[in-house]
Write a protein that binds this ligand. Structure first.
Ligand code: UDP
Length: 344
């Protein structure tokens, strides 16, 4: 019996796998290594190289490893790229995982935790954002995740799937062994630290005229280990759920309620791009050169989570300070990533 972690060679997936193993649960990682790193997969996990859209490979895996639940993180994650190539995002983040859902159904696996995103909210009317806020994504990345949430909601209604959609705000930080290393890198914290380490000449600030106090975008940064812990709680709660509700009364049809199965994951405090850079300067003890750049298409000015729902489910984040989060990433970078610096 094992939990299937798709995207388990990636930044968050490898740390979710680490947390599951520490909790005594067996893990099978499925990853096509298009972006992940085989070296990031914890030694205690079984690794299968493959794609979530490959039904035959999934059948073999579900049979051999007696999968009892799925945590699905395999996805493309760059907002900017999703605006240049939306089809790539809809295919990989929405269409292909439908094969995974079909395989789950064939093998009678019911529990599914989705790595979703705050980008489903688009331009929120109010912050902090609650799960029942309107979902109106303004980038193809957010749309692709919302479409998968919708598919899950229908499967829940029709086939008794049990799922939780974890809407991540901005994951950052590292554990002792695992950290953030995308290729190419597009995320703020690792880029700022690359600039601090002299691996890139500067950090570009995308947009300085947003309606925020210093004009730069505000995000809610959450430590990746706290994020990982929430997956274990979500999975446990799915297992404890009673049998699925009977099919809906045909006389009173209603649309699927995505908010009911969504959990926002953030710390409830927002920091601007400039504040992140300033915090990194304090952590690293050096000045970080910046370049003022145009807005990045698809960026919302302010995304801050109301995480009361996951807190009520028993989640207790341990590393909530921005400097603490950045310091963990800096420590990891200096101890692990030095030999893989990007060539310039
Ligand atoms: N950002 C920036 N410069 C960069 C990378 C990101 O100013 O080189 C900004 C980006 O526009 C956004 C914030 O930093 O407002 C966080 O971006 P990131 O890509 O890390 O995460 P996202 O919020 O898109 O998931």
């Amino acid at each position: 019996m094992a939990i299937l972690v798709t995207g388990g060679a990636g930044y968050i997936g490898s740390i979710v796998s680490e947390a599951l193993l520490e909790d005594g649960q067996a893990v099978v990682v499925l990853d096509n290594l298009s972006h992940g790193h085989a070296a990031a997969i914890p030694a205690g996990a079984k690794f299968v190289r493959g794609d979530v859209g490959d039904g035959e490979a999934l059948d073999a895996l579900f049979r051999q490893d007696r999968i009892t639940g799925v945590i699905h993180l395999a996805a493309y994650i760059e907002v900017g790229e999703s605006m240049r190539d939306p089809g790539k995002y809809l295919d990989n983040n929405f269409a292909r995982p439908l094969a995974l859902l079909a395989a789950m159904r064939r093998h009678g696996v019911r529990d599914f935790v989705l790595s979703s995103t705050a980008a489903v909210y688009g331009m929120p009317d109010a912050t902090p954002i609650e799960e029942n806020a309107p979902t109106r994504p303004i980038n193809a990345y957010g749309s692709s995740k919302l479409m998968l949430e919708t598919a899950l909601a229908w499967q829940t209604r029709s086939h008794g799937l049990r799922y939780a959609a974890l809407r991540y705000f901005n994951a950052a930080g590292a554990t002792a062994e695992r950290g953030e290393r995308h290729q190419p890198e597009s995320h703020l914290v690792p880029l700022v630290l690359e600039a601090a380490a002299g691996e890139r000449p500067e950090i570009a600030i995308f947009g300085q005229d947003y309606a925020t106090p210093d004009g730069t975008c505000i995000r809610d940064y959450i430590h990746v280990r706290d994020l990982a812990a929430a997956h274990l709680i979500a999975l446990r709660r799915l297992r404890e759920e009673p049998a699925p509700a009977p099919p809906e009364d045909a006389a009173a049809p209603s649309p699927p309620d995505l908010a009911a199965r969504a959990y926002n994951l953030g710390n409830g405090r927002g920091f601007s791009v400039r504040e992140v850079i300033a915090a990194a300067e304090r952590v690293c003890g050096k000045k970080i050169p910046v370049r003022l750049a145009p807005r990045r298409p698809g960026d919302a000015p302010r995304l801050v989570a109301a995480s009361a729902k996951m807190l009520a489910a028993g989640w207790r984040p341990q590393h909530t300070g921005l400097e603490e989060i950045i310091a963990s990433a800096w420590r990891w970078k200096r101890s692990h990533a030095a030999h893989e610096r990007p060539r310039s």
